[in-house]
Write a protein that binds this ligand. Structure first.
Ligand code: SF4
Ligand code: SF4
Length: 425
């Protein structure tokens, strides 16, 4: 008797459809191979919120009895394969209903597998992935994080490419022929998708990860309350109002002591304090009260509460004053303003490096101007995850700021597909 347990770690709402298609596809493929399976979501992740990490699971077993044995759990505690569909989650997962950060590999069994959709190398990803006390293998499916949310399904073949890769990782449970048959039968079935799955099966390669490799940081954690320490009824204390800083010259809003948003975002704002005109728009419009008001009247986005929505970038009236940059470009959550105050020249160098690196400034989810999705589909080679998103600031705002989206790109050709970038708004 044998069984296979997989989880799909995804960004809540943004990738909900993608995750359920993958786990459903695993079960359908297993049935085609004469096995039994079930797919389900992590109870604690519902209701979901934009960007907050969430999980779906798929269990496959040789017999119904064995499947039932593994189903009789709230959620799996050990996994053979973790599938991560947004590589910024390699920094760790702070989901609903637990305190602290969970390393992306935490539940993987010794000699198990981590499958990541990414355009980064394994070496780069291992800068973020926490060290594990057991060996495992990393598999990289070339492509950026797919947007496949609750109401939108982005047809970029990510789900079938993952099924194809899984057939390589666990052929004893999912053969590529069974995966192909499941794709044909499912409602999203097409020969083009079968071809994408087969290409992923042929191309994907594993890379063993040694005990010595990975991010050595200890993930942050909090002590869980005991049952007798919990209050009666369902009461949620509101956050106290904030505190003045530096003798009342600045102000910092109060923040949750136990829920951090470090792993919630795929992008973060980088602020050019030298060009800020102190208009207050970012501070007013930020939905999460992220901005600390500095003694100089500048606005410092605090990474404890930033969910990476990009509203501040959209409302800022000054060109390149706020630029959203992919999370993978950062090693910590330190204050940008403190860095700027310590050494303004060094900050300018840091900022310039961050916002000019178009590999990391491409937006991970969503679209920057109307029609971008259609352009991506047209331009992209679907089996590689679609065309790279156009970079730069959002289209309509770009016009107001005198710069077209993508106008300051130094790489007119997609790094993923080799095709020309979408031209912008
Ligand atoms: S991206 Fe900007 S507006 Fe959105 S939460 Fe972060 S600081 Fe606030
Ligand atoms: S919106 Fe831009 S210019 Fe206005 S305060 Fe914020 S960073 Fe400064």
């Amino acid at each position: 008797m044998a069984h296979l347990v997989c989880e799909v770690v995804y960004r809540g709402i943004f990738q909900k459809n993608l995750a359920s298609r993958i786990t459903r596809g695993i079960v359908l493929s297993a049935r085609k191979a004469g096995r039994w399976g079930i797919a389900f979501g992590r109870y604690g992740d519902s209701p979901q919120r934009n960007g907050v990490p969430a999980k779906d699971f798929a269990i496959v077993a040789d017999t119904q009895e064995e499947l039932e044995q593994h189903m009789a759990r709230y959620e799996p505690k050990e996994l053979h394969v973790t599938i991560c569909v947004d590589d910024t989650l390699c920094k760790g997962v702070e989901s609903w209903a637990w305190y602290g950060l969970q390393p992306i590999t935490r539940l993987i069994l010794p000699n198990g597998h981590l499958l990541v959709t990414s355009t980064q190398s394994a070496e780069d990803l291992l800068q973020d992935i926490h060290k594990k006390d057991a060996p495992y293998s990393i598999w990289i499916l070339q492509g950026k994080a797919s947007f496949a949310g609750l109401w939108v399904y982005k047809e970029d073949h990510t789900e079938v490419r993952i099924l194809g890769a899984l057939a390589k990782i666990a052929p004893q449970f999912l053969t590529i022929d069974a995966v192909s048959a499941a794709i044909r039968e499912a409602e999203w079935g097409s020969e083009l998708k079968v071809e994408s799955a087969r290409k992923a099966y042929q191309r994907i390669q594993s890379r063993p990860v040694e005990l010595t490799e990975g991010n050595p940081e200890t993930p942050y954690s909090f002590e869980m309350p005991r049952w007798w320490e919990m209050r009666e009824g369902v009461t949620i204390p509101s956050l106290p109002i904030g505190k003045p800083i530096e003798g009342g010259k600045g102000y910092r809003p109060e923040r949750s002591g136990v829920f951090k948003k470090f792993s919630t975002r795929t992008m973060r704002p980088v602020v050019d304090f030298d060009t800020c005109v102190k208009c207050t728009l970012c501070w007013l419009q930020c939905p999460d009260s992220c901005f600390d008001v500095t003694p100089e009247g500048l606005y410092d986005a605090n990474m404890e509460s930033c969910c990476g929505c990009g509203i501040c970038e959209a409302v800022c009236p000054v060109k390149d004053c706020i630029t959203m940059v992919n999370e993978s470009a950062f090693e910590d959550n330190a204050s940008q303003w403190e860095m700027w105050r310590r050494d303004k020249d060094a900050y300018t160098v840091w900022l310039t490096e961050k916002i000019k690196d178009k590999v990391v400034t491409e937006r991970s989810h969503g679209f920057r101007y109307r029609g971008q999705y259609e352009e991506e589909l047209e331009a992209g080679e679907l089996d590689l995850g679609g065309a790279r998103l156009a970079d730069g600031i959002p289209g309509e705002n770009a016009r107001r700021k005198g710069a077209a989206a993508g106008a300051h790109s130094e790489h007119p050709v997609s790094i993923v597909t080799g095709v020309a970038e979408a031209p912008g708004a």
